[in-house]
Design a protein around this ligand. Structure first.
Ligand SMILES: Cc1cc2nc3c(=O)[nH]c(=O)nc-3n(C[C@H](O)[C@H](O)[C@H](O)COP(=O)(O)OP(=O)(O)OC[C@H]3O[C@@H](n4cnc5c(N)ncnc54)[C@H](O)[C@@H]3O)c2cc1C
Length: 403
């Protein structure tokens, strides 16, 4: 026997997508319930992305969680590209109409969103189990789950599947979806180190031994990554080996990479994945539940926030006016942006990583990198993709007609 509860929107998953959606809906007076199968402490400690596009920061600000981000986040106006023993700055803001990025960890974004939700007394249930979606082809879909040993049926008008790549929402409608994917033969070994960042802006380094990235989480914490094998084992990497490999790949005359205690480490696989459409009946997928990018372009979290901004518009319109025009167009609107980010992430990944032993590949990469730092047009293209394109920018500037 299950206890029935009602809401307007059931949100599965309390990651950046689900939590941001819940705040956007609450701001418009729409009720929702967020269901998360992990504990609050687990969700708040999960170290992942750290680069927010300006548009993402603006969305967070608009739902009232911008205050700490403005205080502690670090605004960057450029990135560095390093290859063939040289480091070059790409002035993002100069090239992309003054737009910038904010370095602020996903853990902090998630903490701020959870706090806002709970402070407002709005429903967010952690550690729920046996979550499943039902009746999504009707106008009364539902989500069943257990909480503290009790069974519930959450009856709603729409379900947002924000439960990440390994969630239950996408598999529930898999028969109605097409998927596109690409696996990469390498991964990232990432560390969080207790040391002041040695570079004030991110450094993307192409090297014959493999890619490296110098990033940060705060003025005292560095976040550093190394390309490694797809099946690499963490236990093969001592602290000394990690620092030695980083030192080799980012070495530059007259500059030193400072080392510190390693606080956290992990290996992240690289994958490109898109499901289309991102909706079926009254179930709408958002964020990693619908698509994955390799992290090189820093797009995963930003795409998740972009999706739910579009989804919130459609849901608010539907639940206040009964018009489903916005919801019908949800997937198509998201996918234009998703495919752009997929291409950019794929391109950044294949330009910067060691792809194999073929010296031809390396020469192609070096030529592309040299072009990026010597052609303003090439650098501008990188910059506008990196800082993020506006949600609705995809109108062809050179269209002369259509069939
Ligand atoms: C290890 C790692 C490192 C990453 N590093 C970067 C990076 O450096 N830069 C970058 O841009 N992106 C990075 N990403 C990607 C980025 O973190 C994601 O794109 C982002 O988290 C997507 O947000 P989301 O809300 O869609 O999904 P998620 O953050 O995955 O949130 C989904 C939530 O749903 C919950 N859930 C799952 N199943 C269920 C269920 N059955 N019932 C209820 N809840 C459920 C999960 O516990 C989770 O809290 C990384 C991802 C990973 C895995």
């Amino acid at each position: 026997m299950s206890r029935a509860i009602r809401t307007q929107v059931a949100i599965v998953g309390a990651g950046p997508a689900g939590l941001t959606l819940s705040c956007l809906l609450a701001k418009a007076g729409i009720e929702s319930v967020v269901l998360e199968n992990r504990s609050r402490s687990y969700v708040e400690a999960r170290i992942r992305a750290g680069v927010l596009e300006q548009g993402t920061a603006e969305v967070l600000e608009s739902v009232g969680v911008g205050e700490r981000m403005h205080r502690e986040g670090i605004v960057h106006h450029g990135i560095h590209l390093q290859f063939a023993g040289e480091r070059h700055r790409v002035p993002l803001s100069e090239l992309a109409d003054g737009r910038s990025i904010v370095v602020y960890g996903q853990t902090e974004v998630v903490k701020d969103l959870i706090k806002a939700r709970l402070d407002a007394g709005l429903p967010l249930r952690f550690e729920v189990a046996d979550v499943s979606v039902h009746d999504i082809e009707t106008d009364r879909p539902s989500v069943r789950f257990s909480d503290d040993g009790e069974r519930f049926e959450l009856v709603c008008e729409a379900i947002a599947g924000c439960d990440g790549f390994h969630g239950i929402c996408r598999p529930a409608i898999a028969a109605n979806l097409d998927t596109f994917s690409r696996e990469y033969p390498f991964a990232w070994l990432g560390i969080l180190a207790d040391v002041e960042p040695s570079s004030d802006e991110l450094v993307y380094a192409h090297h014959e031994r493999g890619f490296a990235l110098l990033s940060l989480r705060s003025p005292q914490r560095s976040r550093l990554y190394l390309q490694c094998g797809a099946d690499e084992r963490l236990e093969n990497w001592s602290d000394a080996r990690i620092w030695d490999e980083l030192q080799r790949r980012v070495a530059l005359e007259g500059w030193t990479l400072e080392e510190g205690a390693i606080l956290e480490r992990g290996i992240t696989g690289m994958r490109s994945f898109v499901t289309t459409p991102m909706q079926h009946g009254r179930l709408f997928l958002a964020g990693d539940a619908a698509h994955i990018v390799p992290p090189t372009g820093a797009k995963g979290l930003n795409l998740a926030v972009g999706d739910v901004t579009i989804l919130a518009d459609g849901l608010i319109e539907f639940l206040t006016t009964k018009s489903d025009v916005g919801l019908a167009d949800y997937s198509a609107r998201c996918l234009r942006r998703v495919w752009r980010a997929e291409q950019f992430s794929y391109w950044m990944t294949s330009t910067l990583h060691r792809l194999g032993d073929d010296p031809f590949d390396e020469q192609m990469q070096l030529s592309q990198l040299r072009y990026l730092v010597s052609s303003e047009a090439a650098a501008r293209s990188l910059a506008e993709n990196y800082v993020g394109l506006p949600v609705d920018h995809f109108a062809p500037w050179a269209a002369v007609g259509s069939a």
